[in-house]
Each structure stands twice: as structure tokens, then as C-alpha cells.
Design a protein around this ligand. Structure first.
Ligand SMILES: NC(=O)c1ccc[n+]([C@@H]2O[C@H](COP(=O)([O-])OP(=O)(O)OC[C@H]3O[C@@H](n4cnc5c(N)ncnc54)[C@H](O)[C@@H]3O)[C@@H](O)[C@H]2O)c1
Length: 256
């Protein structure tokens, strides 16, 4: 699906980090972009800066009715949705057993609510809208749904039981959903980033970041615009579906 001014994107978590970089990249290509996030302040700044072809809406992705409402409002504003990126997510840390306690089940649940349920709600309601689109090219494409996984799905660190499980769930969702939706002209895929410089990773201590960067083949973290370029390449490649693709600077984690 070629990104042109005729396309409408719906992006959760678009007020910061990887989601925001993708909003900017896609907007710069002339498409219309709806951004759903619970950070109203940053949404307002983004809307003020980008001015046209941007629609922002406050939305907590853990609330199914709020995700449905954000999608309904996007359709009211722009007529439809061609591509959705479920980028809202959090990274949490709680070790299974330590001298200070054991796995925080409340945190496990809240991480799952945001990273898994929050992504699945987006896919469910976006698919309903996309299925009504007319095919936009000779491949019969009507839409693309993209999830954001993590290399932690395969290589979780100490304390990442909750986070890694949510990203593993995303990896597991992609193929069956692609099979469900292929007949409707909708592709489904997931991107698994390594370490990228965003507010989420800034929360990590400097010495940890240094060690993580040393585990890449390029001795650095990725930049949000490198992630955004990859999203656009995946959207434009009409044969990509049912797969999770890593963008990770060749990272292979040592056991920290
Ligand atoms: N940065 C990395 O190194 C990295 C690596 C692997 C995967 N990821 C994944 O990429 C995604 C984006 O991460 P980021 O680094 O851009 O983080 P970020 O913290 O910069 O941005 C996350 C955005 O999600 C929003 N958000 C969080 N909870 C929400 C909720 N319940 N409802 C609506 N919006 C909510 C926040 O307001 C924020 O705007 C996440 O799924 C994360 O797990 C990031």
C-alpha cells in the first residue's frame, strides 16, 4: 500500500517515542493521521505543530469502549482507516523472586492490559472499518494492521517476565489474525524493536543502556526515525503479512 495523501492512519501511543516518530513520518508523506493516546498535553502540542491532516483523541487503550470511540471518531473525521499501528505500550520490571519480594501480579496484569488487550482492541475495531474499504490497489489491499512487539519476546532479561510475555502474546497473535483477515484484503504484522532512544528506554540506568548498546553489532541504540522508516517500508510492501520482523541493530543480549 503506497503511502499517499489518500490514506488514513490510526496510531495509538503516537504522542511519544516510536509512535510519535511514525506519526511525523507518515504525516510528512501527506497522509491523514489520527493519534490516540492518553497524554492529552502532548497530543495538543502535536496537533498545534502539524496543523493539517491530523486528528488527536484522548484514549486509554485498556478501555475497549474508548478504543472503539477513537476509531469511530477517526472515521467520522477522515472517512475510513487504511492502516493502524498499535504502538501504545509500557515496559515494566518485576523479578520472579528476590530478597525484596516476588513477582508483582498487579503489574503483570496492568502490563498485559496495555500491551496485549490495548493492541487487540485496536486490531478488532480497525479491521471492521478496513474490511468495508474498496481495494486500493491491484493486490486487493484494503488495510494493514501493525503491532509493536519487542526482541524481549524472545530474549527477555531478568525482571521482564511480564513485559516479555506481553510481547510473546503479540507474536502469537500475528499469524492467526493474518489468516483471519487475509480474505478481507487486510495484512497483519508486527515489528519487534531492539533498543531505541525514547522516553521508555531513557528510564533505564545509564550503565544498563551502555551494556545493552554493547550487545548490538553497531554499539548504539536505534533512533525513532529508523523505526518509523521501517514501519513505512512494511506498510508499502504488499506481500508482508503474518510475521514479526526484528529491527534491532543485530542485538543479541548477554545475560545481564
Ligand atoms: N523504546 C524501545 O527501546 C522499545 C523496544 C522494544 C519495544 N518497544 C515498544 O514500542 C512501543 C512504544 O514504545 P516507546 O519507546 O515509543 O514508548 P514511549 O513511552 O515513548 O511512548 C508510549 C506512548 O504510549 C502511550 N500510552 C501508554 N499507555 C497508554 C494507554 N493505556 N492508553 C493510551 N496510550 C498509552 C504513552 O502516553 C506514550 O505516548 C511500546 O509498545 C514498547 O513496548 C519499545
Amino acid at each position: 500500500m503506497k503511502i499517499t495523501g489518500d490514506l488514513v492512519f490510526f496510531i495509538t501511543g503516537g504522542a511519544s517515542g516510536l509512535g510519535e516518530a511514525t506519526v511525523r513520518e507518515i504525516h510528512a508523506k501527506g497522509a491523514k493521521v489520527a493519534v490516540a493516546d492518553f497524554n492529552e498535553e502532548r497530543l495538543a502540542l502535536l496537533e498545534k505543530e502539524l496543523k493539517e491532516r491530523i486528528f488527536t483523541i484522548k484514549c486509554d487503550v485498556t478501555k475497549e469502549e474508548q478504543v472503539k470511540n477513537a476509531i469511530d471518531k477517526t472515521v467520522e473525521k477522515f472517512g475510513t482507516i487504511h492502516a493502524a499501528l498499535a504502538c501504545a505500550g509500557i515496559a515494566t520490571v518485576s523479578v520472579t523472586l528476590s530478597s525484596r519480594g516476588s513477582l508483582d501480579i498487579g503489574l503483570f496484569k496492568s502490563t498485559t492490559e496495555i500491551n496485549v488487550y490495548g493492541s487487540v482492541y485496536v486490531a478488532k475495531y480497525a479491521a471492521q472499518v478496513m474490511s468495508k474499504n474498496k481495494p486500493i490497489n491491484d493486490k486487493g489491499e484494503k488495510g494493514v494492521i501493525m503491532f509493536v512487539s519487542s526482541v524481549a519476546a524472545e530474549e527477555g532479561q531478568r525482571g521482564q517476565v511480564a513485559y516479555s510475555s506481553t510481547k510473546g502474546a503479540i507474536n502469537g497473535i500475528v499469524l492467526p489474525m493474518a489468516r483471519d483477515l487475509g480474505r478481507y484484503g487486510i495484512r497483519v504484522l508486527s515489528i519487534a524493536p531492539g533498543i531505541f532512544m525514547t522516553p521508555l528506554s531513557h528510564a533505564m540506568p545509564e550503565n544498563v543502556m551502555k551494556r545493552l548498546n554493547a550487545d548490538t553489532a553497531v554499539n548504539r541504540s536505534g533512533t525513532p526515525d529508523e523505526f518509523a522508516h521501517f514501519v513505512t517500508a512494511c506498510i508499502e510492501n504488499t506481500y508482508l503479512t503474518g510475521v514479526t520482523l526484528r529491527i534491532d541493530g543485530g542485538i543479541k543480549f548477554s545475560n545481564l
